[in-house]
Design a protein around this ligand. Structure first.
Ligand SMILES: *[C@@H]1O[C@H](CO)[C@@H](O)[C@H](O)[C@H]1NC(C)=O
Ligand SMILES: *[C@@H]1O[C@H](CO)[C@@H](O)[C@H](O)[C@H]1NC(C)=O
Ligand SMILES: *[C@@H]1O[C@H](CO)[C@@H](O)[C@H](O)[C@H]1NC(C)=O
Ligand SMILES: *[C@@H]1O[C@H](CO)[C@@H](O)[C@H](O)[C@H]1NC(C)=O
Ligand SMILES: *[C@@H]1O[C@H](CO)[C@@H](O)[C@H](O)[C@H]1NC(C)=O
Ligand SMILES: *[C@@H]1O[C@H](CO)[C@@H](O)[C@H](O)[C@H]1NC(C)=O
Ligand SMILES: *[C@@H]1O[C@H](CO)[C@@H](O)[C@H](O)[C@H]1NC(C)=O
Ligand SMILES: *[C@@H]1O[C@H](CO)[C@@H](O)[C@H](O)[C@H]1NC(C)=O
Length: 505
C-alpha cells in the first residue's frame, strides 16, 4: 500500500509511527520474504517527512460504525453463527440522499487496519461531490478493529481460529455490510461502485464478478489478479523493477547488478562482514551478506513500486549512484543510493523491513492459505541474484508455520484468471483495471480491454495505485487524464443504470 514522498502527510506519518510501535520481531515475517502489496508504501524514507502537506479532507468527516458480522458465511454449523464487530466508516457530507438514488462509493478494505489507509485514499472523497455520492470504507476482517474471537491474540492463535480469514469470507462480509447500509438508509435504489487498490483492487474486481446485484461496477487499481499459478511469469515483478532502473540509468542498473556478487565477495573475506557493517553504517553488526542484500533489494523494489512524482525515488537513487566521484568503488556507489533513498542517518537498520506488523502477520496467513503469488526470478534475468519461487519449499514453510498447506490453486478455481480475455469476453462488465506500467505488480494485472465494459486504463509513467491517491495540484497531466477517464466511465455506468431503472418501471 502508499505514496509519493510528498504525499506522505503528517497523519500518515503518525500512523506509521503507530505501526512501528505495534511491531515485534517475528520469525514468520522473515521466513516468507516477498514484495509487499498495498496502496501505501511500507518502507520509511526520511525524505518523506520534508514535504508533507495537509489533505483537502480529513478522517474527521467520517462517522464510525460497527456491524455485527457473521464468522462463517459458508456453512450452517452452529459455531459459524458466532459474530464479531466489523468496522466501517461513512462520510455523508456529499450524499444526494436515497430519494435521488445518489450513488454509494465503497472502498473495500485491504490487508491493514482502516486507519492506515483512509487518509491515503483520495479517489472516493475527491470525486464524491460530482456524483453526490455517499462514501464508505469497510475494514477487512482480521485487521484493525475487525477481529473475530475477541482479540488479535485469540484470532491468530492457530489455524483453527485463522481458518475464517479468507478473501471469500471478506467479500461476503462486504456484501452484508453494503446491503445493511443500503437498507438502513432506505437506499436500496442507490447504485454502488466498489473501489480497491492492490490486494483490495483484486477484491473489488472479484466482488463485481461475484456480487453483480450489489455492486454496479468496480475500480480495481493495481490489482495483480493474474499473479497466480503460471499465468504470469514468475519474474514479472523483478523484470519491471529492473526495467525501471535500467530505463533511468544504464550505469545505475549495471552498478546494482554487479553489487550483489561484490557484497558476497567482500563478505567472504576475513573481517569482510565488519567491513560491510562499517561501509553501510548498519545499526547492527552484519552476520550474513544476505542481511544487507535483502535490505537493499527491498529498497529497490519499493522505490520502483512507489516511483512517484515529484521526487521519483528510482531517479533519486540512480542520480546518487551516478553522481559519486570518479574513483569511488562499487559499494560506495550503492551506499550513496541508499543514503539518497533513506536520508543521511547515523545508521541504517537492515532489519527495518523484517519487524512484524499487523499487515505482515495477516498477509503471511493469507499467503499461506490461498494468496500464493509465485514471485521469483532466475539467474541473469533481472538485475538481482537468482531467487526462484519454489512452491514445494513454500508449502513446507507454511506447514511449519501454521500446520496447514497452502491451496495454491484455489484463487484461480474460485475467481478464474486463466484465459481471462476469452472467459470474460462474454461475461461480466463494469470493471476498470487501472495500472501504472512502472509498477512491478502491473505485470500480473489486466492490461488489455476485454470488452466494452471490462477496460484497462493504464499510464506508462505511473506506479502502484497512483490513481486512487488524493488529487494534488501538481499531479502530472497523464495522471489527471487517467483519473478523468475513470470518472467518465463510472459516470456512464451510473447514467446507464438510471436509464435502465426508468425503462424497467
Ligand atoms: C424522501 O421520500 C419520502 C417518500 O416519498 C419522503 O417522505 C421523504 O420526506 C423524502 N426525503 C427527503 C429528504 O426528501
Ligand atoms: C488451536 O488452539 C485451541 C486452543 O488452544 C485448541 O483447542 C485447538 O485444538 C488448536 N487447533 C489447532 C489446529 O492446533
Ligand atoms: C546478528 O546477530 C546478532 C545476534 O543474534 C543480532 O543481535 C544482530 O541483530 C544480527 N545482525 C543483523 C544485522 O541482523
Ligand atoms: C552531485 O555531486 C555534486 C558534488 O558532490 C553535488 O554538488 C550535486 O548536488 C550532486 N548532484 C546530484 C543530482 O546529486
Ligand atoms: C550526514 O550526517 C553526518 C552526521 O550524522 C554529517 O557529519 C555529514 O556531513 C552528513 N552528510 C551529508 C551529506 O549531509
Ligand atoms: C549472464 O549475462 C551475461 C551478459 O548478458 C553473460 O555474459 C553471462 O554469461 C550470463 N550468465 C549466465 C549464468 O547465464
Ligand atoms: C524446491 O525446494 C525443495 C524443498 O526445499 C527442494 O527439495 C527442491 O530441490 C527445490 N527445487 C528447486 C527446483 O530448487
Ligand atoms: C480501453 O478502452 C478505453 C475506452 O473505453 C480506452 O480509453 C483505453 O485506452 C483502452 N485500453 C487499452 C489498453 O486499449
Amino acid at each position: 500500500m502508499v505514496i509519493s514522498m510528498q504525499r506522505i502527510s503528517a497523519i500518515q506519518w503518525r500512523s506509521w509511527l503507530f505501526l512501528l510501535l505495534m511491531t515485534w520481531a517475528s520469525a514468520t515475517a522473515t521466513e516468507l520474504k516477498a514484495p509487499s502489496l498495498g496502496v501505501k508504501e511500507r518502507t520509511r524514507r526520511v525524505l518523506s517527512l520534508e514535504a508533507s502537506e495537509p489533505y483537502s479532507f480529513s478522517s474527521e468527516d467520517f462517522k464510525d460504525y460497527f456491524y455485527e458480522q457473521t464468522l462463517d458465511h459458508f456453512n450452517y454449523r452452529p459455531e459459524s453463527y458466532a459474530t464479531f464487530k466489523q468496522r466501517y466508516v461513512i462520510n455523508y457530507k456529499f450524499w444526494g440522499g436515497a430519494n435521488s438514488s445518489a450513488p454509494i462509493f465503497v472502498y473495500l478494505g485491504e490487508e491493514s487496519p482502516l486507519d492506515n489507509y483512509i487518509d491515503a485514499i483520495g479517489f472516493l472523497t475527491d470525486h464524491a461531490p460530482k456524483f453526490n455520492a455517499l462514501v464508505v470504507f469497510i475494514e477487512h476482517r482480521y485487521y484493525g478493529q475487525s477481529v473475530p474471537f475477541g482479540s488479535m491474540e485469540e484470532a491468530f492463535q492457530n489455524a483453527s481460529t485463522l481458518g475464517y480469514f479468507s478473501s471469500s469470507q471478506a467479500l461476503a462480509d462486504y456484501a452484508e455490510v453494503i446491503l445493511y447500509i443500503k437498507k438502513s438508509l432506505s437506499a436500496e435504489s442507490c447504485p454502488v461502485v466498489v473501489i480497491g487498490g492492490s490486494y483490495g483492487g483484486m477484491l473489488a474486481a472479484w466482488f463485481r464478478l461475484k456480487y453483480p446485484h450489489i455492486a454496479l461496477g468496480a475500480l480495481a487499481s493495481s490489482a495483480p489478479i493474474l499473479y497466480f499459478e503460471d499465468i504470469t511469469p514468475q519474474n514479472g515483478y523483478y523484470s519491471i523493477v529492473t526495467k525501471d532502473f535500467r530505463e533511468t540509468s544504464e550505469n545505475c542498473y549495471n552498478t546494482i547488478r554487479q553489487s550483489w556478487s561484490e557484497i558476497d565477495k567482500t563478505a567472504s573475506q576475513p573481517n569482510g562482514l565488519s567491513v560491510l557493517t562499517k561501509k553501510f553504517k548498519t545499526c547492527f553488526p552484519l552476520n550474513l551478506s544476505s542481511e544487507l542484500k535483502d535490505y537493499l533489494e527491498t529498497i529497490y523494489n519499493s522505490a520502483a513500486q512507489y516511483d512517484r512524482p515529484p521526487t521519483f525515488p528510482v531517479s533519486a537513487i540512480c542520480s546518487a549512484i551516478d553522481n559519486t566521484s570518479k574513483g569511488a568503488d562499487l559499494l560506495s556507489k550503492v551506499f550513496a543510493g541508499l543514503v539518497a533513498y533513506k536520508g543521511n542517518q547515523s545508521c541504517y537498520d537492515t532489519k527495518e523491513f523484517k519487524y512484524s506488523t499487523e499487515t505482515k502477520r495477516g498477509w503471511n496467513w493469507q499467503r499461506c492459505s490461498e494468496m500464493v503469488m509465485p514471485i521469483g526470478r532466475g539467474s541473469n534475468d533481472t538485475m538481482f541474484q537468482a531467487a526462484p519461487f519454489n512452491l514445494t519449499n513454500f508449502k513446507q514453510r507454511c506447514k511449519r508455520l501454521y500446520g496447514i498447506s497452502p491451496r495454491s490453486n484455489w484463487i484461480t478455481t474460485q475467481f478464474g484468471g486463466h484465459d481471462i480475455e476469452l472467459v470474460l469476453k462474454r461475461f461480466g462488465g463494469n470493471i476498470i483495471f487501472s495500472n501504472g506500467l512502472r509498477d512491478p505488480y502491473s505485470s500480473g494485472s489486466v492490461l488489455k480491454n476485454i470488452s466494452d465494459s471490462l477496460v484497462a486504463i493504464y499510464t506508462t509513467q505511473g506506479s502502484h495505485c497512483m490513481d486512487i491517491l488524493p488529487e494534488l495540484p501538481d499531479d502530472p497531466k497523464w495522471l489527471v487524464m487517467q483519473r478523468n477517464q475513470e470518472i467518465k466511465i463510472i459516470g456512464q455506468w451510473i447514467k446507464q443504470y438510471y436509464m435502465d431503472r426508468l425503462a424497467n418501471h
